[in-house]
Ligand binder design. Structure first.
Ligand SMILES: O=C(CO)COP(=O)(O)O
Length: 154
């Protein structure tokens, strides 16, 4: 069966979530400070500790979810499923086991399901922030799940 798509508009002013594991926090904070002029045009969200540090370092108002291990990744994932986040910057640590690894994977997975722009390291974040779409409206295609939702289960 052919996959159908539908269009979703990402607005100029985007809802961006920033998340970093402990060993990656400095990298994300340095990046955010470097790009604060561009980030200032958007609405920022973060997991608890990342958000507190971001507010301190940049002076931006950040809407904070719970800390990641306490459910913050799941809150971010739920926001994505509800179409309430437009872009994810998640510097996860490939060299440290996380107690909440299932939550981390669920967040990364749901971002892919909804075709959300997702950067997991600094160079990808550089590519995203230097894209013209970062500060303009962007029409993204998402899979039209109406067929999936309408499937017969018996
Ligand atoms: O653990 C995290 C993401 O998986 C980040 O959580 P904090 O920002 O609360 O440290």
């Amino acid at each position: 069966m052919a996959i159908k798509y539908k269009e979703v508009i990402l607005p100029e002013r985007k809802k961006i979530v920033l998340i970093a594991h402990d060993n990656k926090k400095k990298e994300l904070l340095d990046w955010a400070v470097l790009h604060s002029d561009k980030l200032a045009d958007h609405e920022l969200y973060a997991t608890g500790t990342t958000g507190k540090l971001l507010e301190r370092e940049t002076g931006f108002k950040v809407t904070c979810f719970e800390s990641g291990p306490l459910g913050g990744d799941m809150q971010a994932g739920a926001h994505i499923a509800e179409g309430k986040l437009d872009l994810v910057l998640f510097f996860w640590d490939p060299l440290a086991a996380q107690p909440h690894d299932p939550d981390v994977r669920a967040l990364l997975r749901v971002a892919v399901v909804w075709n959300v722009p997702l950067a997991c390291n600094r160079s990808s974040a550089d590519f995203l922030i230097s894209s013209p779409y970062f500060s303009c409206e962007y029409k993204k295609q998402i899979t039209d799940f109406s067929v999936y939702k309408g499937r017969k289960t018996e």
